[in-house]
Design a protein around this ligand. Sequence first.
Ligand SMILES: Cc1cc2nc3c(=O)[nH]c(=O)nc-3n(C[C@H](O)[C@H](O)[C@H](O)COP(=O)(O)O)c2cc1C
Length: 731
Amino acid sequence: MTISIWRYSHLALAVSSFLLLTLLSITGIILAFEPISQKTQPFGVNGFSQITLAKSLPALRKAYPDISELTVDANQFVKIKATDTNGKNLDAFVDPLSGKVLGTTPKENDLFETVRSLHRSLFLHEVGRAIIGVTAFLLMLITTSGIALIIQRQRGIRHFFKRIVRDSFAQYYHVVLGRLSLIPILIIAISGTYLSLARFDIFDIKKNSIKVDFDNIKSTPVRKATEISVFKNTKLSEVESVEFPFSEDVEDYYTIKLKDREIAVNQITGDILSEVVYPKAVVYSNLSLDLHTGRTSIVWALVLAVAAANILFFIYSGFAITLKRRANRVDNKFKANESNVIILIGSENGSTYRFAKAVHQQLLKQGQRSFITELNNYTIFPKAEHLIIITATYGLGNAPTNAAKFFNLLKKYPQGQNINYSVLGFGSHAYPDFCQFAFEINNFLSQQTWAKPLIDVHTVNDRSPQEFELWAEAWSQQSGLIIEASADLKMPQKHKLKSFTVSSNTATGTEDGAFSVRLKTKRLQKVTSGDLLAIYPANDNRERLYSIGVIDNEIQLSVRLHEHGLGSGFLHRLTVGQKMQARIVYNKHFHFPAKSPEVVMISNGTGIAPFLGMINQNKANVPCHLYCGFRHSHSVDNYKAVLNQGKAAGKLQHLRVALSREGNKQYVSDLIARDPDFMVNVLSTKGTIMICGSLAMQRDVMDVLEGICKTKTGKGISYYQSHNQILTDCY
Ligand SMILES: Cc1cc2nc3c(=O)[nH]c(=O)nc-3n(C[C@H](O)[C@H](O)[C@H](O)COP(=O)(O)O)c2cc1C
């Protein structure tokens, strides 16, 4: 499957370094506990950060007249070298204000020593250090590409910390934890890389030595150490070490090493005799060591341990995601140029493949030459009769990466023969642009002369097997090829049928053969207009679906009698009082919109069925406008009673009828074209347009709406489709 450059880099870098990263993360977690264990030793003093040299140096000199050196380590423990009162050499941690001995340097912990050596050089000295340096650099690149992927996924940096929609466990936590720990991991990677480079003398870290001008050294005015301003202004926490003057002669001075400089201080006058500022590289090296080891803070050391543990999780979850994606590879039995059914997939994370493969397998079993590939592999399919496009939507209603080139390829490769197409969108209502890419493909295909719609575009929310099944049933019905509910997709194999009693059946008096059947059943509460009734006219697996209008607590089907029609013939023969078995298929995407301020209903022929029910059920009197097309004026007679009732009760505001074979011979799309401002107003005030009827009518109406929307709002209809403002149920 085609993947973005960022994802490819992220994966390639991770694959090339995961073994070393695993080792470095484990050793890193262990080493993070070294500063924690050191800091718990009893060598610290309270209020350390407030102690100045002016307070500490005279006190220590008084307690140890022979003191030669003071050092402050990363734990802020003060250590001195001196001679004690018994004349013995002293090398110990002391209280910097009283000189009280707090302890001597403990023996290095062997475990930490060994692990550190492994972490820094893999026990391979300079070669090992170089390898570790490269790994740290790779970690930096992995983190950077990871940040780019999160930005891409969250649709821009502004949404970086917005809610993440949960997909799979591995995917969700890879992103959630990635977001939380990317700063510490980036710091670990940058500081690790810097320290490695510093080891190889890439940076200038040579410190110049102090030069004192002994000819101009002064011995007045005499100042006490407690009054020397540089001592008063320097805190012990800023100091790395102090060398004490060897004797009381004016030529002997204090040498004070700070984090960024070294100074020589006259012990009598307190004058600064010389100052050497360190190169920036020395400061950065120290900072890198502080940040990489957590030696200065227990909290930071803990953050580093957690970040290192997260790297281990990323390695696991990254592989889990990749394996899931790779599991979707399909080996085709037939070549593209010899296949009669072509299944094209748009998928980012692979779950759509499961559904597409189920379709592919079933078609193969029925002896069809089915070929399955991703949308980016679209080309000329010389033997194709059916094109099935199953695609997810990503980002701002965009194509998944393996479908990004599809539109260009579609323009480049017009097919030479007519092909029946069907588009099935996978998406989630958690995103504002629901299945937009699928709608765009469907609209684009409808403009290709060779492409013939077999069924209306269908959508599947959150991989719902029921919604997938709805598409499978519709496709099977039109193609004559069976796609059954698959156990793999956890679909119910056998449907439970319900008994319905015929309460009325109108005669086929009209020329276009339309009639209405009303059915009663117990417990009708859950059914609503827009749902479908599945009937089994021959008591076998052949199923026929009809749109339901719920009128006065009965199901009304509007049907056109077809010559030799299996379903329409069966319904036509039903007599009042007769019982029949059927099942309700809930068709949520075509229910009357609960929150819409205004609804436009567009139909032709028997497509009026669900709208009759919706008008009847419109108890809240939401403004409804019905645009319907028929061949003759008498075709409307069948529905007049319900429509007149609706108008009288305020449930239907306007009724516009187009007659295609009488008067000025209009189609329903002509009526829509006459009311552009009204249509735009409905859509821009969050109203809904519902379309039910033939696919040919849908295509014409959509073309008109596309033109109106583009000129008046600048947005295509796919925008309104993906925001659930244009709902279609055509056949
Ligand atoms: C980052 C991300 C962005 C998504 N964006 C959309 C979207 O804009 N519209 C939509 O309907 N679904 C969106 N989805 C949902 C997916 O299309 C849906 O989960 C689909 O089933 C995933 O299929 P796949 O696993 O084959 O890629 C998004 C999912 C993710 C993870």
